[in-house]
Design a protein around this ligand. Structure first.
Ligand code: 4AD
Ligand code: MG
Length: 434
């Protein structure tokens, strides 16, 4: 029976069988040391000519870095070995040989992206991908245990979920269709039967942004809740973000730290988060040397200035209606604004969540849609939204929801320099392969 490298600590003095890939190799005529890698870690294996059948010593001699092998041997404690243990091999079998590996130490970022399919084997990427899996698991677990149903939206669509300006067009049997930029409208359709739902799916953005936080394809978690207002929504966002972080700190602590998380920084992530109106945020930014006017959107620099010194995430609430989406209701207390809240990650990592109440009265929706149509020109075609308006014609209810960019969240918790490392195969303006 094969075990994983992480399990050998319990097997000192015993014989074990492992399988994995050759991470490193060095040696002389009679003894060779290889470092074996599997998903759980690395371990040094010592292979002595005298302890191996001739055929297997030939394997040792010829085996190259990244070849896959299985090994049997005895576990011994060894303080000099990188992980404190060593396997003294009594057998080695080649599973498959590796050609000379194209990734060596100190490679350019571009080469590592070209060879992404191989670079994913690196210790760095392995750890990030495990944290990614844990983030997805904690997010689902939180929503599943709070009365939500996971739903599966279509990814090819004929209606824009946001502005429509940044959608990829696909040839749909001779007609134009689009890759979805948000599943929100479909999540909304599902609340009329399931009440609290979330979709967890890719969103596509043809944004011509070359920044460290923009992907052309990203994973988007979009909960939608019947009878929620914006305050309940912010509380839910706080709960979700805190549950993901505390889940990682509790259940995945070692891995989380190894992947680059700072436990001390993240231990502050508990409700309540900070809340500030758009108006106050503008004042704050202007008193820090910016010269923004009412109605300006925030860029990377504004987001950084706003949250650089914060310990907890910051909700920026009640934005001007002109820079927010068509489905957001007007704020009755200030008609220039809408009932929405974006969550900014601390440390200048930028927006990780966008959420709002939704217009739920048919007449109000039609009025607002016409306004937006006028303001935005022909891109926003009402005919494509007749199904969406139907939702309000047949028993509309107050509701709200939000979208969280998973790679943005991962970039923040692991303090990554670039969002591309938060996803296995990043899609960016200049990259669509491998
Ligand atoms: O703010 P956005 O555009 O809002 C929506 O799409 C809403 N329909 C969501 C909803 O209410 N259901 O996007 C939501 C989040 C952003 O806060 C950000 O975290 C992420 O999606 N996001 C991106 N992540 C990576 N690359 C991009 N190009 C992103 N654009 C948005
Ligand atoms: Mg947004």
């Amino acid at each position: 029976m094969y075990i994983h490298i992480s399990e050998i600590g319990d097997k000192v003095g015993k014989k074990v069988s492992l399988r994995g890939w050759i991470h490193r190799k060095r040696g002389s005529g009679k003894i060779t040391f290889v470092v074996l890698r599997d998903h759980s870690g690395i371990v040094q294996i010592s292979l002595k000519k005298e302890s191996l059948p001739e055929k297997e010593w030939k394997v040792v001699d010829e085996v190259t870095v990244e070849s896959s092998v299985s090994v049997n041997g005895t576990v011994v404690e060894d303080k000099r070995a990188p992980t404190g243990y060593e396997i003294q091999a009594s057998g080695i079998q080649l599973i498959s040989n590796s050609e000379p590996y194209p990734i060596t130490e100190y490679q350019s970022t571009e080469l590592l992206l070209d060879k992404r399919h191989l670079w994913l084997r690196s210790t760095k990427m392995t750890k990030i991908m495990k944290v990614r899996a844990a983030v997805f698991r904690h997010a689902r677990h939180f929503l599943d245990s709070n009365g939500f149903f996971e739903i599966t939206p279509p990814l090819i669509t004929s209606s824009a979920g946001e502005t429509g300006a940044d959608m990829f067009t696909v040839d749909y049997f001779g007609k134009d269709a689009y890759l979805t930029e948000s599943s929100q409208l479909y999540s909304e359709a599902m609340i009329y039967s399931l009440e609290k739902v979330y979709s967890f799916a890719p969103s596509f953005r043809a944004e011509k942004s070359r920044t460290v936080k923009h992907l052309a394809e990203y994973w988007h978690l979009e909960p939608e809740m019947a009878y929620y207002d914006i305050n309940m929504t912010m509380e839910l966002v706080e709960g979700l973000v805190s549950a993901i972080v505390s889940g990682l700190l509790k259940e995945d602590a070692e891995l989380f730290e190894q992947a680059g998380a700072d436990k001390n920084v993240l231990s502050h992530i508990k409700p309540p988060f900070k809340r500030i109106t758009y108006e106050k945020a503008i004042e704050q930014l202007n008193s820090n040397g910016k010269s923004l006017s009412w109605g300006d959107d925030f860029g990377v620099e504004e987001e950084r200035l706003l949250t650089e010194k914060e310990k907890v995430p910051v909700f920026v609430t009640y934005w001007p209606k002109e820079i927010k989406s068509f489905y957001m209701p007007i704020n009755p207390e200030d008609e220039r604004t809408v009932l929405c809240a974006d969550l900014q990650a601390p440390g200048g990592h930028g927006e990780i969540v966008g959420g709002s109440e939704r217009i739920w009265k048919y007449a109000e929706a039609v009025k607002r849609f016409k306004e937006v149509e006028k303001a935005k020109g022909t891109k926003f075609n009402m005919d494509n939204y007749s199904w969406y308006l139907d939702l309000l014609r047949y028993g509309g209810v107050p509701h709200a929801g939000f979208g969280m960019g998973m790679e943005r969240l991962i970039k923040w918790v692991l303090n990554l320099d670039h969002i591309r490392d938060a996803i296995p195969f990043p899609r960016m303006m200049n990259r669509v392969s491998p």
